[in-house]
Design a protein around this ligand. Structure first.
Ligand code: ZN
Length: 218
């Protein structure tokens, strides 16, 4: 009887660990204007003429927002049009965004359907699902809960799609010249360090079983 109770308790613990994470729907505006701007982005930047602003996911790109709260980060991504940011404005008026956002306590929010294009990584948006993590500044380094949620999300997405690559935003220029790289303008690049080498190392180690392809070397 004692063993049975122990067994039940162990099973309960295992089961509850596996199911504590879930995805909270928190859609950003995706109106006609955003849809048109996304189609124009796909056409202007990548030469892709599409009827729908959709992607075929082949890659997951992890980020940090450098914004301290979920609310402020959400507000930044919510409008369809890019407010300010002259460096990005010249390339497209489409606002930046990502399909997922992970709060500091590990809560996973979904802002867009996984197969809708989000503007989060130059050259690769047509095939990349973006995961933004709240924080990333010196005062607010990414948390253990965020590492756990990113691992969970990478597992979840890898079971759903044919994901070949898992990268940190800071690695995106390594794809220049790769068959997935479609950005036409050689002068359009922004320097990135997110989400940090330490964060990427932890998530990569825990998701080794997916055998992602290695990032191209330059
Ligand atoms: Zn980023």
């Amino acid at each position: 009887m004692k063993y049975l109770l122990f067994f039940i308790m162990v099973m309960f613990t295992l089961f509850s660990c596996k199911t504590t994470l879930k995805i909270v729907d928190k859609p950003i505006i995706f109106n006609e204007q955003r849809s048109q701007l996304t189609l124009k982005y796909l056409s202007d930047r990548y030469g892709l003429q599409q009827q729908e602003p959709t992607i075929t996911p082949k890659m997951i790109v992890l980020h940090w927002t450098m914004i301290p709260t979920f609310e402020k980060s959400f507000e930044a991504f919510n409008p369809a049009k890019l407010p300010g940011r002259a460096d990005l404005q010249a390339a497209s008026a489409l606002n930046v965004s990502s399909q997922f956002m992970v709060d500091r306590d590990g809560t996973i929010y979904q802002l867009l359907p996984e197969t809708t294009m989000a503007r989060h990584v130059i050259g690769l948006n047509h095939c990349a699902i973006g995961v933004e993590n709240i924080g990333g500044t010196e005062d607010l380094p990414l948390t253990r809960a965020q590492v756990k949620s990113n691992i969970w999300l990478v597992d979840y997405l890898s079971e759903k799609y044919n994901i070949d690559y898992l990268i940190g935003h800071y690695e995106y220029t390594l794809f220049e010249g790769h068959e997935l790289w479609l950005e036409k303008d050689e002068g359009y690049r922004t320097k990135k360090t997110d989400p940090g080498v330490d964060f990427m190392t932890k998530v990569r180690k825990a998701t080794e079983k997916h055998n992602f392809k290695s990032v191209p070397k330059k």
